[in-house]
Design a protein around this ligand. Sequence first.
Ligand SMILES: Cc1cc2nc3c(=O)[nH]c(=O)nc-3n(C[C@H](O)[C@H](O)[C@H](O)COP(=O)(O)O)c2cc1C
Length: 320
Amino acid sequence: MMEKTDRHYRYFARQLTTCALLYTEMITTGAILHGDRDHLLAFDPCEHPLALQLGGDDPEQLRRAIEIADAYGYDEYNLNVGCPSDRVQNANFGACLMARPAHVRDLVAAMRSATPKPVTVKHRIGIDGRESYDELVDFMRTVAEAGPTRFTVHARIAILAGLSPKENRTVPPLRYDDVYRLKEEMPSLQIEINGHVMNPHEIAGHLTRVDAVMVGRAAYDDPWILSSVDHRFFGQPYRSVTRRAVIDAMVEYVDRWCMAGWSARSVVRHMLGLFHGRPGARRFKQLLSGRFDEGSGAAVLRNAVANVPDRVLDEPAPCV
Ligand SMILES: Cc1cc2nc3c(=O)[nH]c(=O)nc-3n(C[C@H](O)[C@H](O)[C@H](O)COP(=O)(O)O)c2cc1C
């Protein structure tokens, strides 16, 4: 999620789940071709499996961006066909590409020509002017000709004229049934559903109808929901992870990053939701988001948990 997640969030998320596929925020082909590549693309080995999400509308640029990114060892490349922002729309990519299914097919084909890794597409169920189920099917059948490994379908349309990106994540109604129907009618396609999935219980419900579930905001605001997914959805032996163990790992990580000259805040800002809904959560958040000397990041983290009861710190991940 742009301006929200980054490699530090993903490192933190990896303390809670080792199996769930993580995605980078959208990175434009232009940034990769002309920007600071290590800054944009480097990641910690623990972040695998990791998909790089690309924003772009030019086949050759997508191909070159993947050739560059491949040196970093990504596991999958994902094309963004869902972002409704004006900036992205003005550059002709993101959600507006839904109006050009044949072009998206060509983009996917170009991406596939650059890598043997899976190439996937994230899109909406429609955009203004192309809102019907039949148009969605037309989009997917056309793009499927290029052989993407998976479609991640955000189950609401994007309204490109008149709504902000934030409104576009809440105002258009969710149409989960359309996504279920896609899977029923095109069973050979791998379909991942997305949109307002809040917890593992809801994930389990969607998994009876589609192949996979993408969780965005809930995984950020209440990251503890990730702690049960390896066991519940990936068939892994139960691992009794605790928030205390997560904090210990992150203290060590913050120290390491600060020694390398990075800001502690850029790491700990992703952890504000770790105690979501539990005693001590408010004070933990306050302490981590207040003023502190960057050099004392690890100490601030330790101090912030001092207000959290031991029973919360040592609560094991749910074993369902
Ligand atoms: C701050 C923010 C940034 C986002 N950036 C991206 C992005 O870079 N790429 C993308 O595909 N979706 C992005 N999204 C959309 C989410 O991936 C997701 O599709 C949307 O929030 C609905 O899922 P959720 O209800 O689980 O959050 C972003 C969402 C938010 C809140």
